[in-house]
Write a protein that binds this ligand. Sequence first.
Ligand code: BES
Ligand code: ZN
Length: 631
Amino acid sequence: MKILFAALLISAPFVTSAAAPVDPIVPGKDYHSYADPSAFRVRHLELDLTASFEDQRLSGVADLTVTRISPDANKLVLDTRDLVIRQAWWVKSRSDLVPVRFTVGARDAMLGSPLSIDLPAEAKASELVIRISYQTRPEASGLQWVPAQLTADKTHPFLFTQSQAIHARSWIPLQDSPQVRMTFDATIRVPAGMRAVMGAESVTNPLELVPDGVFRFRMPQAIPSYLVALGVGKLEFRATGPRTGVYAESSIVEAAAKEFSDTEQMMEVSEKLFGAYRWGRYDLLILPPSFPFGGMENPRLSFITPTVIAGDKSLTSLIAHELAHSWSGNLVTNATWRDLWLNEGFTVYLQNRIMLAVYGERRAAMEEALDLQIVRRELETNPPSDQILAIDLRGRDPDDAFTQIPYIKGALFVSWLGSRFGVENVDRFLQEYFDHFQFQSIATEQFRAYLEAKLLPQKAGAVTQAELDEWMLAPGLPKYAVLPTSDAFDKVDGLRTDWLSGKLAAAQLPGKDWTTHEWVHFIDGLPKKVPANQLTEIDEAFALTNAGNSEIAFSWLRVAIANEYSPAWPRLENYLTTIGRRKLIKPLYEDLMKTPAGAERARAIYAKARANYHPIATTTLDATVHKASKR
Ligand code: BES
Ligand code: ZN
């Protein structure tokens, strides 16, 4: 079945300012790339890069195999950001390199600079190879050069990439759009004793250290640029199953392998529900704590924050999430960043299905209930136009615009379909959807057309067009959304009320038996102001200020800030200077900014911490901390 969508024009809903008329969004058009995939398409990439930690540079060549889509196209436009382009050639044959003229356009703060390459008149073939010699700059937004003292072992530095959403262009010149897929080969040269890993198949033996520091990789499945990934560190490997394992620095590799020992089982469950795993192996790379995200679903090798190594597997939903992207996202990809909800919303749904199968009903219900609280808060604090699943991101940096709305509202939409059509039918529909669109990138409108063609006829009248419109185009959550509940949380709610009213002493709470989820729910449900003596009482009973679990500590520190609970200040500073995961630090800075004394504390801590953060985090946090300093 072929679905036509390009001709569909929809207007941006809920435009608030009457002054500026907004052009209708063209579904499937990528507003975040200079490339024109209707002129040329990159099909294959061959990289040969040397990593210099001294200079904080990647340097080498990229060979791009491009297909000419439009017969008279003679200018190839690529995306770059802060790259130093040295030279470019048309590779006429292996031994015949023809220099080509190129220009690097003006730098746009969000998009970077277009690299326009004029192809010689002679280069008429429908398939061409263009070679670009280049190097990155130390400030490349998609790279973090982590000094040894900020790694787990503190003996060697660490380099990692983060290409999503539009940072691949800061380390490779390419068509940086999720609708262009390519295969790749790579040779990565690193200092002797260190190991390079990529989201790809290892050609060099992955278990032996390569004495000359030259690592080779091959990616036989075509992937979008945002999934191209590289890590370099003093890494070890531990298997967790026949197809799964972890790469980490030596001091944390055992703990990581233990924490994530359920990964193989998660894979088995996912395959049963959603079809074959198409990518060979599934390994994890544990990054330094400055990694700005929880996880990143790089194919074959998810990148993972060390802040989820809690010691009790309580935060492994992150692994279920990144693994689930092997279907929703990596196999079927969003065509543009507006369509991110197709990636992330479906992934949260899959994640919940995996968690239910591996850990059971009680935990799965608690996790879904926690997510509901999160999305409720996001819906309260975001304007209506940002509450829509297919968000209008034109003129906005996708990094700053993403909230939990496409994630959790997206998952609630799929769960709601389950309530109307039956969960098993929806799972089967998703499996067929992944098969149908595998290795393609699709827009919201294509998904809807497929849904209407394949799922809706299974039970006529089960959902209406008006309901689908409301889910996809309206802000907020529909009244008829089916919301998760948790009995365990209901109990916690009762105990919290009793403690707050003085009926129960803190020591009488069954906190020792609570899971991470129950603690987070308990703390998040506290009123804005809690009397100082009660904060002291509960902290003394359960050592919350010193909680090692990154999520419990996060929730508690928010309470501490709101109540100016000073015993937590050293922990707050320690937390903010050692963790760079944006989701865990940005709200703490925002909370601090609400009072003059807090703003002062935020600025003082930020001055110390900023150098340790990733460029993706500082871009956001500079705005947060700076804004309030002007008030
Ligand atoms: N793909 C995302 C991370 C991402 C999203 C990077 C958008 C850049 C732009 C990843 O799969 C993710 O969603 N991670 C979450 C964890 C998840 C359990 C919600 C995170 O990092 O917190
Ligand atoms: Zn995700």
